[in-house]
Design a protein around this ligand. Structure first.
Ligand code: PRP
Length: 178
């Protein structure tokens, strides 16, 4: 499978180190509060499992499902999100956990959906941020790494539902997806 990648962008050691720092920052910022970690499936599942174990607070873990890429390497521009949130976010301190902020379309839609339900506070945390790809302005509160404008997979990120289980983030060779 390594032949599918041009390079490893973030190793599992670099990711683990950065997640430890982010977890400590979040623990400090929300001290004394009960936090709701709201994961965006499917890409978040590895990141949430790892960062959750570095947040030393009482956390409720919830998930929403959103997708816009399907089997394509570019966003369809249309986000499929669960229309209603089936748990109570009203009055809660909510932290949305995402694997990647790319065009900004998904997080903009999700942020609006959660905000409508009147949380006490609402912040976002993404492992990767690709600022060069932004189509709608969005800034995260916690960011793992700034990512170059490359097609990346691994650590939850897929291409056609493959590669999510890689312990690192790698750049996929263009011939794989074009
Ligand atoms: C990916 C990723 C984010 C979104 C970010 O999800 O997990 O949710 O794209 O891209 P954007 O900023 O351009 O909206 P995807 O649609 O691939 O679904 P998945 O999480 O099931 O892989």
């Amino acid at each position: 499978m390594k032949d599918d990648f041009r390079e490893i962008l973030f190793t599992s050691e670099q990711i683990a180190e950065r997640i430890k720092e982010l977890g400590a920052e979040i623990t400090k910022d929300y001290a004394g509060k009960k936090l709701m970690l709201l994961g965006v499936l499917k890409g978040c599942f590895v990141f949430l499992a790892d960062i959750g174990r570095h947040i030393d607070l009482d956390c409720e873990i919830r998930f929403l499902t959103a997708s816009s890429y399907g089997f394509s390497s570019v966003s369809s521009g249309k986000v499929n999100i669960e229309k209603e949130i089936e748990f109570n976010v009203s009055g809660r301190d909510v932290l949305i956990i995402e694997d990647i902020l790319d065009s900004g379309i998904t997080l903009t839609a999700l942020h609006a959906l959660v905000a409508k339900n009147k949380p006490a506070s609402l912040k976002t945390c993404t492992l990767l941020d690709k600022p060069e790809r932004r189509q709608v302005p969005f800034t995260t509160d916690y960011t793992g790494f700034i990512c170059p404008n490359e097609f990346v997979v691994g650590y939850g990120l897929d291409y056609g539902e493959s590669y999510r289980n890689l312990p690192y983030v790698a750049v996929l060779k263009p011939e794989i997806y074009s």
